[in-house]
Design a binder for this molecule. Structure first.
Ligand SMILES: [Zn+2]
Length: 383
């Protein structure tokens, strides 16, 4: 099934696997970012890593065997299905002891991971839902208007409207007053068509809680149309596109998708530029894995900025959950630290648990020159 609503996530989060464990598997299957070989290798590595972790856990034999079956089934699924898998992300939730299995196509590549726990791990799904904008596309010409919804990689026609606007008169057919009268008559009809359409757009936006409004219409109508927009519509209005009511759905979808990618790209670039500015001014920011972890450990971090899918091994203190790259024993409580396959993932988790915003930036990004990770600080560090 495809990830399409928060109710799916709630259902998963509330599913009780007790006394068995819940295996959650996330894989970035975005073939535009990486070759198939790399995806297969990542899947294999994740499953091997999970098997090793499982060996070290003390669990009742039937619980352990349930997880073993989960991993075996996931591994088989990957071997058979990944080469033809179309979505940029895959999630599998399995609890064999409960006979539970769910595979999900994701509209965005997640961080690779397997988590074996008492409940299914759904945080990445929530993050994906938050990332995607729900777009309303409003297309209008002289006689027709159409409204589409674009959300989570899908397009759907919501509504349409036809108005009986007379055709433009040919030049030279009528003279003087008569021609002007006809022109006014047509304009009145056209204005009525625009008014009706603008009102309907308002109703549709209110009813469906869209994040963005995109408009496609000829330049000659645009200012008149926009002047009819309620202030609520103007707030949601993100830009204009080339599509018209008679454009094919697949083309509308592609244009809006590119629009979203471009807008996200611009926002990410601004975010990184602002961050680097703060760093170079010696302000409230640090970059690089070692410093970022230190500031997270000391509760000085205010938000976290990372390159999407940047990962690095490290160590975690099992007692106070401090994060390290290499420390064998915790600098705070002196407990022996445990290896973590991906310390960046642990940092993201820690930030989210503390309610700190985590911004992921798609590569290529200038953040790479600063170690692919950084944090904004709450206050100026003592030097
Ligand atoms: Zn510690």
């Amino acid at each position: 099934m495809k990830l399409s609503s928060s109710s799916q996530i709630e259902e998963l989060a509330h599913f009780k696997t007790y006394p068995y464990q819940a295996t959650s598997f996330y894989l970035n299957t975005d073939k535009s970012q990486q070759p198939l070989k790399a995806i297969n290798a990542a899947a294999k590595a994740l499953i091997n890593q999970a098997r090793q972790e499982l060996e070290g856990k003390s669990l009742p034999p039937e619980v352990k065997s349930s997880v073993e079956t989960d991993l075996k089934k996931i591994s088989q699924f990957c071997q058979k299905k990944i080469s033809s898998f179309k979505s940029p992300g895959l999630a599998i939730f399995s609890s064999s002891g409960q006979n539970y299995w769910l595979e999900m196509e994701l509209p965005h590549g997640p961080r690779n991971r397997v988590i074996i726990d008492f409940d299914f791990y759904t945080k990445p799904l929530t993050a994906i839902l938050e990332k995607f904008k729900k777009m309303c596309v409003f297309l209008i010409n002289r006689k027709e208007a159409r409204w589409y919804e674009i959300y989570l990689g899908e397009i759907r026609l919501i509504d349409s409207l036809m108005s009986n606007v007379p055709k433009k008169v040919k030049k030279g057919g009528f003279e003087g007053n008569e021609a002007r009268k006809i022109e006014r008559h047509i304009e009145a009809h056209l204005l009525e068509h625009f008014k009706k359409s603008a009102e309907k757009t308002f109703d549709i936006l209110k009813r469906n809680q869209f994040d963005w409004l995109l408009v496609g219409c000829d330049d000659e109508f645009y200012s008149q149309l926009e002047s009819l927009f309620h202030s609520y519509l103007k707030e949601k209005l993100k830009g204009r596109i080339k599509a018209r009511p008679d454009t094919a759905e697949s083309r509308i979808f592609r244009e809006c998708f590119e629009f979203e990618v471009q807008l996200n790209r611009t926002q990410e670039e601004e975010l990184v530029k602002k961050f680097i500015g703060e760093l170079e001014r010696g302000g409230l920011a640090v970059a690089g894995l070692a410093d970022s972890l230190r500031k997270l450990n000391s509760f000085e971090a205010q938000s976290l900025l990372i390159t999407h899918n940047f990962s690095h091994p490290g160590r975690v203190c099992p007692k106070c959950h401090n994060l390290y790259i290499k420390e064998e024993s915790c600098l705070i409580c002196e407990a022996k630290t445990e290896p973590a396959v991906d310390i960046v993932d642990e940092a993201v988790e820690l930030a989210l648990t503390r309610g700190l915003p985590v911004y992921q930036v798609n590569p290529p990004t200038r953040l790479k020159h600063y170690g692919d990770i950084g944090v904004y600080l709450k206050y100026k560090a003592q030097t």
